[in-house]
Structures are given as structure tokens and as C-alpha cells.
Design a binder for this molecule. Structure first.
Ligand code: AGP
Length: 608
């Protein structure tokens, strides 16, 4: 997934493109570049590394121009280096394009073009498209882009500029997002609304197989290789999300510490008068919801872990059969429907390609699709039949923290609501559970006060080569999430396992060098966890135990102990997530890793 920005207008184009790229860097940040047409001449600059490297390169150049495009990359084809950075140009360097997506037939196209004498500088699929467009430029830029797309299979969002037509940007999309911003005497295009909002709140969503011609004074639309169309604009009510660290060293740390207020805000949005749960944007009536016989949750990464947690709750409180699938798997399996099934997509960004593709596939099979997203106006938000929001605010850190905890709380409340409307939970029980979850933010604050203690533990284990995380029941997903948090920001190999599985193989890993994070708060499987911890210790494994504060037994078996306040079993994963986030954060910081933008990752994975 990459980020695209384009500007047509009289303002300082270099700064508009660079600031836009900064806002898009969550989509990929291994290299970036811009191309501008100035006095009829096409110029371009590109640089490996974060956007700031490109900024340094441009610092002393006084770049003028009214038409330009920019790109920040997450490498799909070709390693992250200058040659593979976008923009890519045609053989005569008269056309420049930026692209988000994957051209699945690029090898065949590349071979054909090489046979016709084309020479390529990069290993990317995008460069093929630039060559194709330039080869059709005798038709004019619009038709050249349209003709090029007839060769392409896969997903693309393309922005193209040409020296021969210095007054326009031609953009088109198939499978990757593009949003147009309509300003006064200026217009923009971007992969993400957030890069546009500082300039204008009047936007147009380009749909698949649509093309737009953007000049400073107007934007026209057509179907790719089809007729002209008119598009309705919409006025966005919310402001561009600010990306301020507010005094914290990193966005991730800020977002970890925002969690208490995020949960307070979420509860205030989902709970009415401390005794009722409201789902404002779920368009299904209570009768429809109560008649659901199966929920299939599909998600990726951390959101998938939240889905695994939801299964326990939904089956426990609402007695609804709940399956949980990784989106990239569910999508390519037989989606069998029987009875009244609903597919539930969980996604922070609302743009994850695998999850979005699954949602579309399920809708084509006549499933009702619900979603829980954090980003309003995202594709999954717009395309689901009913949506819940996690209200976590913008999550800039690539490693999801506050949104994960918000997902758990939202799914807890959703499961209670489903249980209530099926009359499996009494109003009294619901009120009691609401009152308990309203104390969660205070408990999180209590845990956050232990940061220094967790930091000391992190220091002790920061040079370990690998970690094992184990948990049971609702804390099996906690083990998976703890392992993912650690590996994605510290690059240390870590695995999460259901503790009961240890004896079926992973126990072979246990030795005096292996730290095992044992997630063992007071739950109905506590005794079993105690036995697993004994198994680890009898093989000299080093135990970092996460226990309930009132526990006096487990500390005897802990090399290091982290405690969480005593809460009902189903709420323990919400609390457990926080010390494991801090542990991962402190280890990664010890190792000098970039916790906000870890290598190889991006915040929103908009390619499959
Ligand atoms: C989370 O820490 C990871 N960065 C990643 O696994 C993420 O959860 C996954 O890509 C799904 O993203 P989504 O929630 O935006 O769909």
C-alpha cells in the first residue's frame, strides 16, 4: 500500500506535496518522490527512506509549478531503493506517474515491452505503466492512460502528468482508493481524505473504473474507456486529524497513554444511561439482529486477535455461533451460507485490502455485512450494511494499541447488546456489566503507573533472541497480540500460543534462554495456567507472569511479575493488552527501533 498526492493550483506545490506525503506516510515509508511540471518542463526527485530524506533533498531548491504529483512507498515489487521509488517515468521522461496497487500481469507486460525495445530502470510493476502511457501519448494523456489500463490486470490507483499537457493531472482507479479535493482555484487528489482536508472539505470519491482530469480550475470525470459522467461532491464535516505527539516521545507512547480516555469516549458513545447499549449506525433492527444464527468475523493482524476475543463473548453472552477467519484466508475459501448469517469485518483503517475484498465477496454472496472501523468514511465503513466505530481517534503508530483495546471494549458491549436483545441477559445483569466496564479506564491508568517497573523488566530481556507468549481462553488472543506487538516493533521473533498446546510441540523450545510471557489472571482456566507455568519452570524457562493483583500463589513462580487489577474474566484481555504494549515498546526502544514506523510495515495494508 502506498500513498498518492496530487495538486493542481497556484500555491507552493512542493510544500503541499511534501506535507501531503507526511500525512500519507502511514501507508508506507520506505521511499518517496515528487514530480512537477514547471514552465512546461517535467522534473522529478525521489529518495529512499522517510519523507524527511526527500525534504532534505529539496530544501534548497526553489521549485515552482502548478501541476504535481507525489508518492510514498511500501515496496511490493522491487526492494526499497531510489530506483524503485515513485514517480516512474516513460522512456523519454515525458510522462510521470505514481501508483498504488499491484499489477498482477506485470511480468508478461514487461517481457512484451522489452521485446519491443523498452529498457527498464527499476524492478517495479509501476514503471511498466509509465512506459505504456508514454507509448500512447499521441492519443493525448487521457486516452493514453485509458489505453494503458486496457493491458492491466490487478489493482491500481494512478496519477499521471505529461510535459505535453502541462495543465492537468489524469487519475484513475481500479481497486485502490482515490479521493478528489475541490478547492477554489485549486484541486487535489489523494489516497486518503486526511491529506486533502487541510485544503478543502469538498470532496469527490472516485469509484472503481472511473477517471478524472484535474486542472486548477475544474475537474471532469468519465468512465475509463467510456462515457463522460458527472460526480456528486460531499462536504466533510470533520477536520483533518492532527498528528501531534503532544509532548510524548513517539506516537505509539502517546496512543498507549490515550487509552483510558479512548475507552471513556467509546463507552459514552455506545452506552445510554448506564443501562442500555446503542448501535447508532447498525441499520439492522433488533429483530433482525436477534435472528442472526451465525457470525463470521473476518479481519487481519491485531484486528483478527480482537475477532478471536469476540468469539468467546458472542458465544457466551448471545449464544450465537461465531467463527473467526483471517481475511486473506476466508476470501479464497468457499463462503458457505446457511440460515441467517452475518459477516463482521473488524478493521482500524477500514482500508485493509484483504478485509475489504472479503466484505465485497461476502456481499456478492448475499451475506449481510457489518463492520467495526476506526476511520470514518473509509471504504469498509462506506460499503458495509451497518457499522460500529471504535472512536479511538487517529492512530498514527503503525503498531495498533489504543484501537485494539477499543475494539475489545466495543465487541464486549456489542456481545452484551446481542445477549440482551435475545433476552439471555437481564437488564440488571447488563447494568452490572456496564458499571464494571466503566471502571476499566481507571484500571488502565493504574497499570500505566507501573510503566517504570515494566521498563526494568524490558531492559532485562531486551537482548533475548526470541519470546514465547502463552495464554488460555479469552487470553489466548492476548498471547497472540502480545507476540505481534513485540515482533512488529522490536523485530524479535515472538510466538503466541494457547498454553494448552505447549506439550504438543512448543515445549521443546523451552530452555534457560527463553523468556515465556505467561498470561495468567484469575479466570476459570487459572489452575491450568498454573500447571503450564510449572511445566515452563521445570525446564528452566524464564517466566514473565501477568497475574491478578490479588494473586499470592503465582508470584512464587515468576522470574518477573506484572500485575493487573482484579476484574471479571472477560475483561482481563482489555487490561492485559496494556502492560504487553508497554513491554514491547520498552524493549523496542532499548534496541533503538523506530516504534512509530517499523521497518517493512505500513499502517494500512491496501494491497493483498
Ligand atoms: C497491528 O499492530 C498491525 N500493524 C497490523 O497487524 C494491523 O492490525 C492489520 O494490518 C489490520 O489492519 P486494520 O485493522 O486497519 O484492518
Amino acid at each position: 500500500m502506498c500513498g498518492i498526492i496530487g495538486y493542481a493550483g497556484p500555491k507552493n506545490i512542493e510544500s503541499i506535496l511534501l506535507v501531503g506525503l507526511e500525512r500519507l506516510s502511514y501507508r508506507g515509508y520506505d521511499s518517496s518522490g515528487i514530480a512537477i511540471i514547471s514552465d512546461g518542463e517535467l522534473s522529478y526527485w525521489k529518495k529512499t527512506g522517510k519523507i524527511r530524506e526527500l525534504e532534505k533533498m529539496l530544501r534548497n531548491l526553489s521549485i515552482k509549478g502548478s501541476i504535481g504529483i507525489g508518492h510514498t512507498r511500501w515496496a511490493t515489487h522491487g526492494e526499497p531503493n531510489e530506483m524503485n521509488a515513485h514517480p516512474h517515468l516513460g522512456p523519454n521522461k515525458k510522462v510521470a506517474i505514481v501508483h498504488n496497487g499491484i499489477i498482477e500481469n506485470f511480468s508478461v507486460l514487461k517481457e512484451e515491452l522489452i521485446k519491443n525495445g523498452h529498457i527498464f530502470r527499476s524492478d517495479t510493476d509501476t514503471e511498466i505503466v509509465a512506459h505504456l502511457i508514454e507509448s500512447y501519448m499521441d492519443l493525448g494523456l487521457v486516452q493514453a492512460v485509458e489505453s494503458a489500463t486496457t493491458h492491466l490486470k490487478g489493482s491500481y490507483a494512478i496519477a499521471a502528468i505529461a510535459e505535453a499537457e502541462p495543465d492537468k493531472i489524469v487519475v484513475c482507479r481500479h481497486g485502490s482508493p482515490l479521493i478528489i479535493g475541490l478547492g477554489k482555484g485549486e484541486n487535489l487528489v489523494s489516497s486518503d481524505i486526511n491529506a486533502i482536508l487541510p485544503h478543502t472539505k469538498q470532496i469527490v470519491l472516485l469509484e472503481d473504473d472511473e477517471l478524472a482530469v484535474i486542472t486548477p480550475s475544474k475537474v471532469t470525470y468519465k468512465i475509463i474507456n467510456g462515457k463522460a459522467i458527472t460526480k456528486k461532491s460531499q462536504h466533510i464535516r470533520w477536520d483533518a486529524l492532527t498528528q501531534e505527539k503532544s509532548g510524548y516521545e513517539t506516537f505509539m507512547l502517546k496512543e498507549i497513554f490515550e487509552q483510558p480516555n479512548v475507552i471513556r469516549q467509546l463507552i459514552s458513545k455506545m452506552v445510554v444511561a448506564d443501562k442500555q447499549i446503542k448501535l447508532k449506525h447498525i441499520k439492522l433492527g433488533q429483530k433482525d439482529l436477534a435472528s442472526i444464527t451465525r457470525i463470521i468475523i473476518q479481519a487481519c493482524g491485531t484486528s483478527w486477535h480482537a475477532g478471536l476475543y469476540t468469539k468467546y463473548l458472542m458465544e457466551n453472552y448471545a449464544r450465537i455461533l461465531t467463527e473467526v477467519d483471517i481475511s486473506s484466508e476466508f476470501r479464497y475459501r468457499q463462503m458457505l451460507t446457511h440460515g441467517n448469517d452475518v459477516v463482521l469485518a473488524l478493521s482500524q483503517s477500514g482500508e485493509t485490502a484483504d478485509t475489504l475484498a472479503c466484505l465485497r465477496e461476502a456481499k456478492s454472496k448475499y451475506f449481510k455485512v457489518l463492520a467495526l472501523v476506526n476511520v470514518k468514511g473509509s471504504s469498509i465503513d462506506r460499503e458495509s450494511d451497518g457499522v460500529m466505530y471504535s472512536y479511538a481517534g487517529q492512530e498514527v503508530g503503525v503498531a495498533s494499541t489504543k484501537n485494539y483495546v477499543a475494539q475489545l471494549v466495543a465487541m464486549y458491549l456489542f456481545s452484551l447488546h446481542m445477549g440482551r436483545i435475545k433476552k439471555l441477559i437481564s437488564p440488571q445483569e447488563l447494568a452490572e456489566k456496564i458499571s464494571e466496564i466503566k471502571r476499566i479506564p481507571d484500571h488502565i491508568e493504574h497499570i500505566l503507573a507501573q510503566t517504570d517497573k515494566i521498563k526494568a523488566i524490558a531492559k532485562k530481556y531486551a537482548n533475548s533472541q526470541e519470546f514465547l507468549f502463552i495464554g488460555r481462553g479469552v487470553n489466548y488472543p492476548s498471547a497472540l497480540e502480545g507476540a505481534l506487538k513485540l515482533k512488529e516493533i522490536s523485530y524479535i521473533h515472538a510466538t503466541g500460543y494457547p498454553a494448552g498446546e505447549l506439550k504438543h510441540g512448543p515445549i521443546a523450545l523451552i530452555d534457560s534462554k527463553l523468556p515465556v510471557v505467561c498470561i495468567a489472571p484469575k479466570t476459570h482456566t487459572y489452575e491450568k495456567m498454573l500447571s503450564n507455568i510449572q511445566e515452563v519452570r521445570s525446564r528452566k524457562g524464564r517466566t514473565i507472569i501477568v497475574a491478578s493483583e490479588s494473586d499470592t500463589e503465582l508470584p512464587k513462580y515468576a522470574d518477573d511479575l506484572i500485575t493487573i487489577p482484579d476484574v471479571s474474566e472477560d475483561l482481563t484481555p482489555i487490561l492485559v493488552a496494556v502492560p504487553l504494549q508497554i513491554l514491547a515498546y520498552e524493549i523496542a526502544t532499548q534496541l533503538g527501533c523506530d516504534v512509530d514506523q517499523p521497518r517493512n510495515l505500513a499502517k494500512s495494508v491496501t494491497v493483498e
